[in-house]
Write a protein that binds this ligand. Structure first.
Ligand code: SAM
Length: 281
């Protein structure tokens, strides 16, 4: 699916983006007394097209730029140069030269992360959206760098909202020998191998394997000093959900926001009642 503009997506991605819109709208409502910086590590081309319905929708980058209350700075890292060019064109009406930066490059690359850090305003309250296209592209070393990079004037670390690719990617590859190194890079340690062993020996039930894989990642985030590390399973559009959400923050107000955004039944843009009312649960 990579490389096409607009990016072809499935219904669950549309659902994820709709939830993200609610999340980011409520995020910017929280008052802050400092500048606010939005970072997106795995940016796309700005626009998506849903397979089946041919419904064209905004990607997360456009959605964050269109919130009623604005961030002071936006930084997007897109690996694909064509995506970066397209994104630049689409975001132009919603941004200025001074408040938006698009970095074309690999966000796990040392030089790119340094470029990113140099652009974050000092003492800003920063939020990073991390939506990798699979666990192989996500590395613990990157998460650690983000958490350690900077704090706002209250001593709060960069908040991280991670779309954790649990079902499609990690769970399916857990026992494959060729995937061992990339899973270790994801967690930054080999403790996940205990979960694999338990799965192979039939000592850990499949549902528990999912939970333990999420808990292990959360434990790493807690070890970085975050006061609130929580996870959420999105309202089921697929069963089980393809991804899991993990949030690391120093503010407890975010926990309810996660449930509000990802926990409700909702209509999608291709459905008649979209925008008119919430779906009854
Ligand atoms: C799951 S999509 C998310 C796109 C967008 N944030 C959204 O909500 O639809 C992942 C994107 O990350 C980009 N990507 C993959 N590896 C990357 C990397 N190492 N650095 C930066 N971007 C990357 C891909 O090109 C793809 O557009």
């Amino acid at each position: 699916m990579e490389g096409k503009i607009p990016k072809p997506i499935k219904k669950w991605t549309c659902h994820k983006l709709e939830c993200f819109t609610d999340w980011i709208e409520s995020y910017v409502q929280t008052p802050v007394s400092t500048r606010r910086c939005y970072i997106e590590l795995y940016a796309g081309c700005g626009s998506c097209i849903c397979k089946g319905t041919q419904c064209q929708i905004d990607d997360s980058e456009l959605r964050v730029l269109k919130t009623k209350t604005k961030f002071d700075k936006y930084i997007f890292v897109a690996q694909d140069p064509q995506d970066a060019i397209n994104l630049k064109r689409l975001v132009a009406p919603y941004s200025s030269k001074s408040n938006l930066e698009i970095i074309a490059g690999n966000c796990i690359n040392e030089k790119i992360t340094q470029e990113l850090f140099d652009l974050i305003p000092r003492s800003a309250s920063s939020f990073a959206f991390i939506d990798p296209p699979g666990y192989r592209r996500l590395r613990w070393s990157t998460i650690k760098k983000l958490a350690k990079h900077s704090m706002d004037w209250k001593g709060h670390k960069m908040e991280l909202l991670i779309i954790f690719p649990l079902e499609m990617a990690l769970l399916r590859n857990l026992t494959r020998p060729e995937c061992q190194a990339s899973i270790t890079r994801l967690y930054g340690n080999r403790k996940w191998q205990e979960i694999k062993k338990g799965k192979l020996e039939g000592k850990i039930r499949p549902g528990k394997v999912r939970q333990k894989l999420v808990e292990l990642f959360k434990a790493g985030l807690k070890g970085l000093g975050y006061r609130f590390v929580t996870d959420f399973s999105p309202r089921r559009l697929t069963n089980p959900p393809i991804y899991h959400i993990i949030l690391a923050s120093d503010s407890d107000s975010r926990i309810k926001m996660l449930g509000d955004a990802w926990g409700k039944d909702r209509y999608l843009p291709c459905e008649l009642l979209y925008g008119v009312k919430d779906k009854p649960s």
